[in-house]
Write a protein that binds this ligand. Structure first.
Ligand code: 5GP
Length: 190
């Protein structure tokens, strides 16, 4: 998505440890019209995939999952990174790892929010090593549902998570795929 690549080039900042800061439009501050443009692009990619539900993980994935679900016309749910007292009933869970916090966690979703037979589109803001998408795939499959595909705003290809998930046979799309990045240059893969 050319407009996203341009926004990354003009607003993104490369941090130590292979982290890209895009807090001005995707993380801390949200550019809502632009998020809806990304939702339209996700819908263009997945409109024929029979998606019945969008899934993301708290918290940064929610902003992009919402417009995707809106334009696909399906419900959305988000996986939490720890169980809380407002969760009840049967809970599905899987181990996850946070790239930005560097810690392990247990990803959880109340079973009532995903149905056997659902075709789930997994959405997130970033794909680095796959520690967020992997537990979502597990939760979808534990529920007897199918992964229709995964889509992220920004894949950092050089960190390998996307290709590892593709190698398992899942469709993975990125609105912008970064092949390499440094203080001086961000190079996209097309
Ligand atoms: P992964 O789980 O694939 O290793 O990393 C993806 C998750 O970590 C996303 O949910 C995202 O919130 C966070 N993340 C990974 N890399 C970056 C990055 O470069 N910048 C930001 N802002 N978040 C990232």
């Amino acid at each position: 998505m050319l407009a996203l690549e341009q926004k990354i080039l003009s607003e993104g900042k490369v941090y130590k440890g292979g982290v890209l800061k895009v807090g001005g439009f995707l993380n801390q501050q949200l550019d809502v019209p632009f998020l809806f443009e990304m939702g339209k692009e996700i819908t263009r990619l997945y409109k024929d995939a029979g998606v019945t539900r969008v899934m993301t993980i708290e918290s940064s994935g929610i902003a992009i999952a919402l417009p995707a679900a809106y334009y696909l016309g399906v419900p959305a749910c988000f996986v939490k990174k720890s169980a809380s007292s407002n969760m009840s009933g049967e809970i599905l869970s899987a181990p996850g790892h946070s790239f930005t916090h560097g810690n392990d966690y247990t990803a959880v979703l109340a079973k009532e929010y995903i149905k056997p037979g659902d075709r789930v589109l997994i959405v997130d803001d970033f794909l680095a090593c796959g520690g967020a998408i992997t537990p979502m795939i597990s939760i979808v499959e534990q529920a007897g549902a199918t992964v229709a595909g995964c889509v992220v705003a920004i894949e950092k290809v050089f960190q390998g998570g996307g290709d590892a998930i593709r190698a398992r046979g899942y469709r993975v799309e990125a609105l912008a795929a970064i092949e390499s990045m440094s203080d001086d240059a961000i190079v996209f893969k097309h």
